[in-house]
Design a protein around this ligand. Structure first.
Ligand code: PMP
Length: 351
């Protein structure tokens, strides 16, 4: 890498994307996409967009989308921040924590981008171990902290923290921003959005990539007290005034208008998750209870890396992490029942 850039750039660990299969026959269960595709209302709204949708700059505030999100969640536009995927929303939140005098806390097994953002923005952080059952214990986050962030359900474990625990943490840490990354909350958890009006230090981040099946559109958002949101707007405007394009604004807004489709597809994913968890357990896997659109499992008699490689040979891609403590686990995204069956059939051969 060129020596002309800052030494910090040399320390960054770039994201290595999961395999992008070219062949239709591969079963892709490695990046937690939704198998059902977005609501037809999303596609119709984008299709109806006219020439101006691409000729003109988009609304830099994306007010149409902010209003759709605010109304859906019973809040006001001032509570909403939108970005190009929740990754970008999170990046702006990390940037807003620059030069904090106390460390940012997050779990030692968690979303792998958190340490990457800390490296980029030179944010001091401390990781907090999960307990033996791979759960977050909020009591561990009550000490000295500049800010706190964790996914709920956690990734890649899928374990859910009850809302009462999050509320207890907000009460014990009233002077600290608590960011709850709810990328997977729609698959079985209670959102902390219900707490926003009472806790000005709470920021909830969600995405349309998972439960709304719009990973390709790149839309995420944060909800919180207007003063927290205002700071994110300042950061955003210093980077890019137009984070969302016109088609994304129109399509994402339409997604919030089709509740029936949203519910039905989430319910299908949840039913398939329970079915797959039972089937994996009967093959001898230890499967963590999951509230997400993936399961996290290990087989006591088989090496996880070899299992992933064996599945790949049978056309099924799952995620294997090499990090300590989870290097014997596989994270398997929930596909259609037919895709889950293809995985199970491949496992019968590989095990
Ligand atoms: N948070 C967590 C916990 C995730 O797993 C992901 C997806 N990899 C994201 C945030 C980012 O999702 P997106 O940028 O697609 O909104």
């Amino acid at each position: 890498m060129s020596r002309f850039w800052s030494p910090i750039v040399h320390t960054l660990t770039p994201y290595v994307p999961g395999e992008q299969p070219k062949l239709q026959k591969l079963v892709k269960l490695n990046t937690n996409e939704n198998p059902y595709g977005p609501s037809p209302a999303v596609l119709a709204a984008m299709h109806e967009a006219n020439n101006d949708a691409l000729r003109l700059y988009p609304d830099p505030n994306a007010d149409q989308l902010k209003d759709a999100i605010a109304v859906y969640h019973g809040l006001r536009r001032e509570h909403v921040f939108v970005g190009n995927g929740s990754d970008e929303v999170l990046a702006h939140a990390f940037c807003a924590l620059l030069k904090h005098d106390k460390p940012l806390l997050f779990p030692d097994i968690s979303y792998s981008f958190y340490p990457v953002y800390c490296g980029l923005y030179q944010i001091d952080y401390r990781t907090v171990p999960l307990n033996d059952a791979f759960e977050i214990d909020v009591a561990d986050y009550e000490g000295d902290a500049g800010a706190i962030i964790f996914p709920n359900p956690n990734a890649p474990t899928g374990r859910l923290l009850p809302l009462a625990d999050i509320e207890r943490l907000l009460q014990r840490q009233p002077d600290v921003v608590v960011v709850i990354d709810e990328a997977y909350i729609d698959f079985g958890g209670d959102s902390a959005i219900a707490l926003i009006e009472r806790y000005p230090n709470l920021l909830v981040v969600q995405t349309l990539s998972k439960s709304r099946s719009l990973a390709g559109l790149r839309v995420g958002f944060a909800l919180g007290h207007p003063q927290l949101i205002e700071a994110l707007e300042r950061v955003k405007n210093s980077f890019n005034s137009y984070p969302l394009d016109r088609l994304a604004i129109v399509g994402a807004s339409a997604s919030f208008g089709d509740e029936a489709y949203f519910r039905a597809t989430c319910d299908k994913v949840i039913a398939s998750r329970e079915r797959l968890s039972t089937a994996l357990a009967s093959l001898g896997f230890d499967v963590l209870p999951s509230a997400a659109n993936f399961v996290f499992a290990r087989h006591p008699q088989h090496d996880a890396g070899q299992l992933a490689a064996g599945l790949r040979e049978h056309g099924v891609i799952v995620r294997h992490f090499k990090a300590a403590r989870i290097d014997q686990h596989l994270r398997i995204s929930i596909g259609t029942d037919a895709e889950c069956d293809a995985l199970l059939a491949a496992l019968h051969t590989v095990l």
